[in-house]
Every structure is written in structure tokens, then in C-alpha cells.
Design a protein around this ligand. Sequence first.
Ligand code: COA
Length: 390
Amino acid sequence: MTTTPVGIHDLSFATTHYALDHAVLAERLGVDRDKFYLGIGQERMSVAAADEDIVTIAAAAAQPILERHGADNIRTVLLATETGVDQSKAAALYLHSLIGLPNAARVVELKQACYGGTAGLAFAAGLIARDPSQRVLVIAADIAKYELDTPGEPTQGAAAVAMLVTANPAILALDPISGLYSADIMDFWRPNYRSEAIVDGKTSVNAYQKAAQEAWSDYRRQGGRELSEFAAFCYHQPFTKMAYKAHRHLLESQGHTAEAADLEAAIGATTTYNRTVGNSYTASLYLGLASLLDHADDLTGKALAMISYGSGSVAEFFSGTVQPGYRAHLRTEANQAAISSREMLDYDHYRALHEAVLPTDGAYHAMAEETRRPFRLAAMSGHKRIYEAR
Ligand code: COA
């Protein structure tokens, strides 16, 4: 039986209006900036303006996809986030009025730390296998925020990635095999009463490496490819050095030596965007994929490994084949512009944004116009978020 290939037909990302350079943070914290630039592999991080949230960046990521492909037959919209704006209503429902999603669709929010976007992709592939005429819009959007003056602070960031998942995809056809691993662990979590995550950093680094290795073992048990078949390894990147650590761990666990040049060849091109955007939780892995496709030499016909990890924890090792002609479908210029057009923050402004809290009294509060991105949070009124296109 031949099965129709399913995968990523289009991929678009968006980030926030502001960014902070890690040199500014290092100076403030009294640490050598190379601890951030080299030690964790982060140079800048995106920071949300007061009138931005995951809805505004998700809308900005998804809009170009609808402009290029229309909304017909998008019968499912899956938005993954761990920094949602409501405990009940799915964030993607706000996108109907902002970018014109179809009403004849199921719209759901998914959560499992940084893994949620991968769950969305897997669920989308299942729905399309059932009916190849349908298309699924998968969006991963997060604004990563840790407490000030903690080790997690330099690993903040923000981005949204939108993917149109279809039969006969133009960019990446997904292999039907996945390796899975889940375990109950407290390495990173955010109780409902907190706006910032709690993280046991060292535990999370070790848990990530173990989970990735376990997911790989399961992938092989399911009949997946050999390590040597992959042209590149795209890892979830809470900070880019993590991808190098995890890949070294995986190679060594399989009896290979991990030379620096081999690691760079396998990982390097996946880190360009994350190095300057920071951790975007659910979006991070797919920002890594965008970075790889935008920066690597021709990948036509090559197999890519995708390694997803969400604390708590769930990991998935999956793979796909880059499609002929994929380059014509990339959004390299727009992606680079989204990053280069950010306004750099000074420390005091960053700190003020970090400490700001939204009003909770239910009265009308207009938000000062700050972002120059396509969508903004214009006001809070009657406990409702009021969005507008700019
Ligand atoms: N120049 C170059 N490298 C330097 C340096 C300098 N001046 N100073 C320190 N470093 C290196 C360290 O050697 C270390 O490298 P290594 O990990 O390869 O050993 C790295 O910088 C980080 O230093 P460390 O002292 O371990 O940092 P930290 O205690 O501040 O914590 C994290 C780092 C990642 C644990 C912390 O940022 C964190 O908790 N982040 C959030 C959790 C997270 O992202 N988890 C990932 C899994 S989901």
C-alpha cells in the first residue's frame, strides 16, 4: 500500500518588537559576556512589548501563510503554547478576527511545555492521513520569562512559528515513524498563580539529554533510520549550546566520538535564529528548522532528524525528507527581517517590561502603542483582551 506523504508545506515565523543584547545583561549581572555568548550560546533575546503577547505574535506568524495559500480546507487549527493568555479559551480563536480563520474548523490549544508544537504536528499528520484533502494550521507560540537575576534569565526569548501541514508537502515530508519517551519529572514548571516559570536548570539539562537518548532508542525500535543517514540534527534549543550538549550525549551513548567539527556540521545551521531570538519554548525546535533550511547548502532529498523535548517531560525523535524545489517555498528574507528589525532595549526599559503586570480589575485600560509588528493588544476591558491590526 502506498501512503500519501504528509508534512510541512509552508513555515513562517514572527518575533517581538524588542530584543535585549546579552552583553547588556552580562554587564548588569557582573558576569563575563562570553558566559552567555559562548558558554550558553546566546547573543540576544526577543522581549515582548507591553502590547504584545502570544496571540499577537501567533497572528503575525500565521498571516503570511493564509495570504499565500488561502484558508480553504483548513479544518483544524492547533496552537501550542505554555504561556497562554486564558485558562479556558483557546488562544487561536482570537485569530479568527485578526487574520480570518475559517469558521468551519476545530480550534484547540495544546500544552506540554516546549513539546506542544510537536504534538500538534503529529496530530495534524494523523488527521491528514485520514483525509488528505484537509489542511491543518499548526502554530507554536511562546514568550519565555524567568525571574530577574536568576540563572534562567539569560535563557528567555519569544517567537511564534506557523506551519501549514498538508498531503504532498512542498518543504518537508515527515516519516511515519516516531520515537517517544515520557516521564514524570519536576525540572521546569509554572503553577497557575505564577507568571514566571520555576526551573531546576541543571536537572533540566540532564533530563533533556536522557529523554532525547530514550526517544532515539524508541525511534530505532520502531524501525527508524540510522544516525549516519541524517544530513542534520534539529534539536529543541532552550539555549543553543543545549543542542550541542544533547547531540554529543547522543553520539557518545551510541559509541561514537563527537568531534567539534562533526557537531558543528550536524547542528550549526540550526542555531542561527535561536542564538538571537532566545528560547521560544514550543516554537524553538521549528525556529531551528527554519534556520537550517534558510542557511544550509541544498538539502534536497536529505533526511533530517528532529528532536523535541518538553520538561515535565515528553521527548520525541522524528524525521523527515526535504522535498525537491523546497527553496522556492522558504521565507528567508522575511525571517531575517523579523529578526533584524527588532529595536534594542536598554537595561532599565527591559526591566520595566519584565516587571509590568496587566490590570486585573476588569475596567477599561488602553495599552500604549509600542509594537510596530502587524498586531497588538490594544486594551483590556471587562476582563477581555482587545486586539487590533496595525
Ligand atoms: N566564557 C565561556 N564560557 C563560560 C564562561 C566564560 N566566561 N563562564 C561560564 N561559561 C560556561 C560554563 O563553563 C558552562 O558551560 P558548560 O555547560 O559547557 O559546562 C556554561 O557557560 C554555563 O555556565 P553555568 O555556570 O553552568 O551557568 P548557570 O549556572 O548560570 O546555568 C543554565 C546555565 C542553562 C542551567 C541556566 O541558564 C538555566 O537554568 N536555564 C533555564 C533552564 C533551561 O534552559 N534548561 C534546558 C533544558 S529544557
